[in-house]
Design a protein around this ligand. Structure first.
Ligand SMILES: Cc1cc2nc3c(=O)[nH]c(=O)nc-3n(C[C@H](O)[C@H](O)[C@H](O)COP(=O)(O)OP(=O)(O)OC[C@H]3O[C@@H](n4cnc5c(N)ncnc54)[C@H](O)[C@@H]3O)c2cc1C
Length: 414
């Protein structure tokens, strides 16, 4: 068997995975390949990161973390994991605006797919990007800053422009946060008071298997000392007095500290602890980012499919992200509600339920997460990105010989 992604549901078809330790080695590899892609921390669930010839892993490239206090930015090697970056920032008194659920993912890999956390006013992780350094197929280094022509198309790049060797991210002074869980949110509250629920704290996530009488869990993250605390009742759901994993059977020690204990952002904004390193995922994920005005309709549509999806579902998460201007972002020009599915690692079973789910969600304008499993049998996804043509033109400019265009991108861009 060849090399697998983190979840073990996808085997890379590339003939070779190279692990350069310097930018010069990386340049030699990229310029001598007919076809090549960057490989981050392997947390995607589909063939987006793959190539039929060469994958260059970014894991061994220099971390190069440099904080610019005056500009309030940090420059970081693209292969650095958020957890490592968060530790360094916290030690120096700085913070990022948000994190994804897992801190083990690479910075460049996460922004390439518009990876997000939760929070009505929080843009996805790509919105923190202030600058990019990209090694292109010709071996040239291109620097782009926010405001430059093409920048908004280059951040969520799907790996199509070249290898992102350095990312500059906005930072802010460090802050403390605390998280609490509430059990049993009534469905009527979710569908009737959705905006109040998701705006109740800095970050709100709802966990459900869709078939319970009341939605299983609300997981809120509040900024310590800034926001009024949500009381001990969250729209009819009582605060839990014991810590919990979002999947009841899983070990709670894998999750970040709960029960309202304040702590640095770097140890509260992700759901999972950085110290916990799972050997493999034993799961598959899908996620659909629904334009906010259609959110309740989408939630009701998925509830109606509850019995169909239950046999392959571990848990779902409902969360939000703010609109942005990045051409290939799932939140391009619209606030979104993410309907996320952590499935069993049953590829066939999951692929059997996705068509019904996509028939319910894609017509509402839902954009599938680029790094998670989706099918799009009817070819709807390209129509959901008004700037797709501009993005295609940008990829042609950066990569005229299409050496970074793999099967996934050919399906999307032609
Ligand atoms: C357990 C788990 C939890 C997750 N939680 C979340 C979550 O909370 N929110 C969310 O939105 N997503 C989440 N994801 C999805 C994940 O964030 C994305 O799939 C992300 O792209 C993974 O980053 P990676 O470095 O592993 O990328 P890979 O899978 O290695 O690559 C993904 C894409 O990025 C490109 N890429 C990687 N590095 C570079 C580079 N240096 N230059 C150019 N292109 C590059 C690759 O070519 C490919 O196109 C989760 C995934 C897992 C497994």
């Amino acid at each position: 068997m060849g090399e697998l992604n983190w979840a073990g549901n996808y085997e890379y078809r590339a003939q070779r995975i190279a692990r350069p330790g310097t930018i010069d080695e990386l340049r030699d590899l990229v310029t001598s390949a007919r076809s090549v892609r960057a490989l981050g921390s392997r947390h995607s669930f589909n063939d987006l990161a793959d190539d039929d010839e060469l994958l260059v892993s970014t894991a061994g490239l220099p971390a190069g973390i440099r904080i610019d206090e005056e500009a309030r930015t940090v420059a970081v090697g693209g292969g650095v994991r958020y957890g490592d970056l968060a530790r360094e920032l916290q030690e120096a008194g700085w913070a990022l605006h948000n994190l994804a659920s897992l801190p083990h993912i690479s910075v460049a890999g996460a922004i390439a797919t518009a990876t997000h956390g939760s929070g009505d006013r929080n843009g996805n992780l790509a919105t923190a990007v202030a600058g990019l350094r990209i090694l292109t197929a010709s071996g040239e280094t291109v620097e782009l800053r926010r405001g430059d022509e093409g920048f908004d198309g280059a951040v969520v790049s799907l790996g199509a422009l070249g290898v992102v060797t350095e990312v500059t991210l906005d930072i802010r002074p460090t802050f403390d946060a605390r998280q609490r869980l509430f059990g049993g949110v009534p469905w009527e509250a979710v569908t009737g008071r959705f905006d109040e629920i998701t705006s109740a704290a800095y970050s709100v996530s709802l966990f459900t298997t869709w078939d319970e009488p009341a939605l299983d869990l609300a997981w809120i993250k509040e900024l310590d000392g800034v926001e009024a605390t949500v009381g001990d009742d969250f729209f009819g759901a009582p605060a839990l007095t014991e810590a919990r994993h979002m999947i009841p059977a899983m070990d709670v020690r894998n999750t970040t500290q709960q029960l309202g204990v304040p702590g640095p952002w770097s140890e509260r904004l992700a759901h999972f602890r950085f110290e916990f390193t799972p050997s493999n995922g034993a799961e598959i994920q899908s996620e659909y980012l629904v334009p906010r005005p259609r959110a309740v309709e989408a939630i009701e549509a998925v509830r109606a499919l509850g019995p169909l999806i239950a046999p392959v579902l571990q848990v779902s998460e409902i969360r939000t992200a703010a609109a942005d201007a990045l051409w290939m972002s799932s939140a391009y020009e619209t606030d979104v509600v993410g309907l996320h599915f952590t499935w069993l690692r049953d590829q066939e079973g999951v692929e059997a339920v996705l068509p019904a789910l996509e028939q319910a969600l894609l017509p509402l304008g839902a954009r599938p997460h680029w790094g998670k499993l989706y099918l799009d049998r009817d070819g709807v996804v390209p129509t959901l990105y008004p700037r797709l043509g501009d993005f295609r033109a940008l990829t042609e400019r950066f990569d005229p010989e299409r050496r970074f265009r793999n099967a996934f991108l050919t399906r999307l861009l032609g």
